[in-house]
Design a protein around this ligand. Structure first.
Ligand code: PEP
Length: 259
């Protein structure tokens, strides 16, 4: 099945109002690449100004067809006594159209469990937002030959009810490849994406063939074409190289060349 590539950025705890100027070039590249979807997840404080910047209109009404702005995390509850957390409704009001959930940095830093990740994804679905659900093994797990079991286990335990391609993508991000400059071989990426697809089929049947599986971990303009061309790779989740248009646009262009 033909799936549109999704090139998504994750600014993590980086960025500022001044840095939003980088979105101008990224939005222009997205508009020039109608065959791919382009998205950037930004810190919560930057969602509304980012949406305003790429749309040029008020955040509540903003939807830029070329570049989707999203959140990096959400709380599963609608509201309540959760100091410092942000709900789906809040990021939606700010103009976000999707959120990342289950990033390995949150699983590690905030001890997020598969069950919590699942609840977050389900809250996004209820709110009408898209989700990018991250899974990935540590280096110890890979060295022990457990990478596939760990990743497909995370997938099974954190996959939301009603998982469907129109709102959910999976991101395979080996923890040891994030921010390190190291990447798995293309064959290893293809093998893991195939394993994820097979587990998805077992869990949700034919719908699995429409769900996009992104690769994430030290993607750059230099390796994007090779990684995006691997079997069952439907896009990229990009951290460091999404912070500037100069580094991110070549990745968007690599995706567009394969569209
Ligand atoms: C990420 O944070 O999801 C990521 C893949 O980071 P980087 O591209 O910097 O490795």
């Amino acid at each position: 099945m033909a799936r549109r590539k999704l090139i998504a950025g994750n600014w993590k705890m980086n960025g500022s109002l001044a840095a939003l100027a980088e979105l101008d070039g990224i939005a222009a590249a997205a508009r020039a690449a109608p065959g791919v979807d382009v998205a950037i997840a930004v810190p919560a404080t930057l969602i509304a100004p980012a949406v305003a910047r790429v749309s040029g209109i008020a955040p509540a009404a903003a939807r830029e067809p070329g570049l989707a702005i999203g959140a990096e995390d959400v709380h599963p509850a609608e509201k309540g006594a959760h100091t410092g957390c942000i709900s789906v409704g809040m990021v939606k009001e700010a103009g976000a159209v999707f959120s990342i959930v289950g990033h390995s940095e949150r699983r590690a830093d905030c001890h997020e469990t598969d069950q919590q990740v699942k609840a977050k994804a389900e809250a996004l679905r209820r709110g009408g937002l898209g989700a990018i659900l991250c899974v990935g093994e540590t280096l110890d797990e890979r060295d022990a030959g457990r990478a596939e079991a760990v990743v497909t286990g995370q997938l099974a335990a954190s996959l939301p009810e009603d998982a469907a391609a129109d709102w959910l993508s999976i991101a395979y991000e080996p923890v040891w490849a994030i921010g390190t400059g190291r990447t798995p071989t293309v064959a290893d990426v293809a093998a893991m994406h195939g394993a994820i697809r097979a587990r998805l089929r077992a869990l949700i049947g034919q719908e699995a063939d429409a769900v996009r599986i992104l690769y994430g971990g030290s993607v750059t303009g230099d390796n994007a074409a090779e990684l995006l061309g691997a079997g069952d790779v439907d896009g990229a989740l990009v951290g460091g190289a999404s912070l500037t248009a100069a580094k991110f646009v070549p990745i968007v262009e690599a995706g567009a060349a394969l569209a």
